[in-house]
Design a protein around this ligand. Sequence first.
Ligand code: NG1
Ligand code: ZN
Length: 504
Amino acid sequence: PFPSEEIQAYSDLHPKPRNVVYSYGTAGFRTLGSVLDSVLFRVGILAALRSKKLDGKTIGVMITASHNPEEDNGVKLVDPRGEMLEAAWEHHATLLANSPNEEFVSTLYDFIRDTRIDMSKPSRVVYARDTRPSGESLVKAFEDGLKSLGAEGRDAAINTKGTKEEYGEDSEDGYYQKMSEAFRKLVSGRPRIPPLVIDCANGVGAHAAQKLAQYLGETLPFVLHNTDTVTPGGLNHECGADYVKTSQRPPPSLIGVLQKGQRACSLDGDADRLMYYFIDERNYFLMLDGDKIATLVASFIVDLVRLAGLSDSVRVGVVQTAYANGASTKYLSDRLPVKCTPTGVKHLHHAAEQFNIGVYFEANGHGTPSTPAQSTALKHLRNLTELVNQTVGDALSDMLLVEVVLAHKAYSAAEWNSLYTDLPNRLVKVHVPNRHAFKTEDAERRLVTPQGLQAKIEELVNRYESGRSFVRPSGTEDVVRVYAEAGLRSQADELAYRVGGLVF
Ligand code: NG1
Ligand code: ZN
């Protein structure tokens, strides 16, 4: 049964704009919220079909543009176990999104036939959005997609996660309850934990953190900032994990709030990135980014595994991307196996599964440890698996994990920071006529095209002490990114600027 007339009628309400080309990238579809209506409608259909193809298993859909500006929006599909959409389907998604309105129904028909989808199967879809103003109407377009197929959908409203059925109870409250209970067990008997300042980026993390605070009570007191999810323009504006990481500054709203040595952290607009930081004795701002988090967590897990006498059977490893600070890679490689993959959580997650326990974090604060069932022999490891959200990475569960390790090691922010010293680094965006002309290899660390450019970059890099630089096209914005690091701040900035000049 293929309801072609219904689909056409609904599709006419959500026509594809002629001059826009969409592509399903690392973060799903992501662009200006104002040109996403037809995409959301079609993703509604696609999500229902994906569920049918998987025998009615639940598909998650998250409508968000994460750390990007408030006027952007996006949508990504999440497979039943919380994993990223299968690669072949990313390609189908792109084809369907770009089909002109008058061809859409027949393209869809061919797709269903070629993919052998049994339309009589049930379909279950759970969806959620972040606080962006464009979210409401995009959800309507998405629901029209479901309706056109007569599919079932459940609105998880404004939420940090599309699906979390696999984690804890089938409800948001169950999720916080499970996390906070595990946290309590893990820190029991340790000294009182001083309050943690949390910048919620004026996004969904604010709701989540408020809830979590109720469950944690005095075990871990929160001081919440940037929790305004109603005033337009506030989302990720001069706050949030991306602001902190990229500008290498605290959110202006926290200046004067942070006491020397006090731990603070920023979430991003959809609460899946986490960035810690503090002001030191000399009033310097110091960042504890995804690399520092990975280092802290991996060393804790290694200790637990050793104490449990499991060092011979449990292989612990760390997965990073090219954006990992060179000093972190050096520090970790001296102690553990370290792997480098292209950016995007799906690549990291996949590589992490090659270890018994794989810790993966992007420098920007996306990530989580993935721990398997067999290591639950140890009580702490068992509680850890309760605490960490192993399939998707969630900034708040990552935050609790950091707090556990700090409590166990009795580390202050400054002691944690001193594990290694970051090489000064700079990340810049360059607008180019066609970013797709930039193709990379070796986990995005080298350019293959434009021809000759890589050799020029290397020639520059060689002139800097501890220099490293690479160029890659963004998967979430229409820009090319240039990253550089070097022994001195001024040199890192100069190298980034000069490589940027080569690209432009
Ligand atoms: P792009 O826009 O492809 O650089 C950004 C992050 C990725 C990843 C994705 C997914 C940087 C430099 N890039 O991708 O690491 O997190 O967003 O959100 O942080
Ligand atoms: Zn995010």
